[in-house]
Design a protein around this ligand. Sequence first.
Ligand code: NAP
Length: 508
Amino acid sequence: MTLSFRDMSSMSSRDTFEPRCDDLPTMLQPHIETVLVTGASGYIGGRLVPELVARGYRVRAMVRGPETGDLVSWPEVEVVTADALHRESLDRALVGVTVAYYLIHSMVLGPEEFARADLQSARNFREAAQDAGVERIIYLGGLGEQRRGLSHHLESRQQVAEVLADGSVPCTILRASIIIGSGSASFEIIKGLIDRLPVIPFPTWADNLSQPIGIRDVVKYLVGVMELPSEGDRTFDIGGLEVLTYRQMMIELASVLGKRTRFVRVPIHGTRLVAYAISLLTPVPAPISMCLTGGLKVDTICSRNAIQTLIPFQPISYREALVRALSREEQDRVATRWSDAYPPAHELSIKLHQLRRPPRYRAAYERETERSASALFTAIMRIGGREGWFDANWMWRLRGAFDRMIFGVGAARGRRSASELRIGDVIDFWRVEDLQPERRLLLRSEMRMPGRAWLEFTVEDLGTKRRLGITAHYATRSVNGRAYWRFFEPFHWYIFARLLRQIERRSR
Ligand SMILES: NC(=O)c1ccc[n+]([C@@H]2O[C@H](COP(=O)([O-])OP(=O)(O)OC[C@H]3O[C@@H](n4cnc5c(N)ncnc54)[C@H](OP(=O)(O)O)[C@@H]3O)[C@@H](O)[C@H]2O)c1
């Protein structure tokens, strides 16, 4: 099965991969037989896997479901399915593993649940790693000192570190503050605010300090610590060159973007209101923005700096990290994005073909055309994100804005790449469930609604012509669900007939 598609003018993500670790002062460790990367479908894990492969390690990537995203570009990576909340599923993942990266995080399960889930996952993982004879666990957590007004999120990150280190397997803990890179949630928040607001109000905590670090340096440190001799449990803080206030960080990005943004101080002390506003103004939804802004109320700067001597290299400056992130976006080469793992466990969602009965509600629209299958599919693959939905955009946006207001994912998530799609990618409030180049694109809705919805694009070859089709599938058993379908039914014809025309027009 073909899992990803990029239009003909661009290359696969493997072709555009640039190793970050070539100048690392540490050396490949031949005694390391297999490296397990957990959280491989996440933002950091997805970047670490190719780096380890390029470095020459045998890598096993642990994911929860079959939507393996970019892993398809790295066929030498062994993919194993396991859920850290189920202890027994970890045993198979850990067989023969020398070093295990622990990059599991359930931040977006919601404030009540994520800390409990993260602690249970860490306990299970520590026990399973012990039983499997793993030689080292490497964990990336957050900066911030315990009992100093840490947010619930940062406190939970520290507790996970303690749990992992509380076993017989030596544990190396890296702690980072804000990570800047294309596709990182922090970067998209700052950029989203600067893009949209000519005047940015600054709460009182905007003068707290942070030590942002570029994603490339995070990956280098993650690989580098594995290549250091293991000396029991160790904690290293990793940060960039500068210590900055959040206000300075915004001002710097405004300057890089050439924006004349004004900043005004406002007497707001809390973070919840700010997080909610961020979720309405930027691609990052409330569950993530709440966790991230909660952490801004304390300073997050490096204090355990031994890593600079052990793995000496010059981290990039904050400005360079911004410029690199912007240029990756500009070149449409974003490798992983925060939305890859959001909402959590999306990989476990029921697929259309897994339903016991086909959905009861279905609306199909089609159009015959002389355009080639390749041209039609290339147009389909560019749908959503910055390009919008080609027609009646305001309707899609309105539905997305409503979803955001009720703490859904909304339409503002956009997409990782404007031209490339792979199974598991996000397109606004959809996720790619199936992708068969020149034949079928199936999107699963992640909006809040009283049922499950899919949108299917098909191209069928009829000899001299092609049949271009759009089908909406909707499965529900509730009264509300039926009412929901009936309410939106009249809009379908309007939206989809116009969308078909636009796809044909854009495939010239
Ligand atoms: N990103 C940052 O800016 C940043 C900054 C500082 C520190 N960190 C730290 O870096 C680490 C990784 O963060 P990230 O940004 O890569 O997170 P992320 O994108 O949210 O990814 C989290 C990963 O954990 C997996 N996961 C969640 N619950 C699981 C379970 N029960 N069993 C197995 N896998 C599970 C998710 O898989 P699914 O796809 O199946 O949900 C996903 O792959 C975290 O410890 C975080 O605190 C990140």
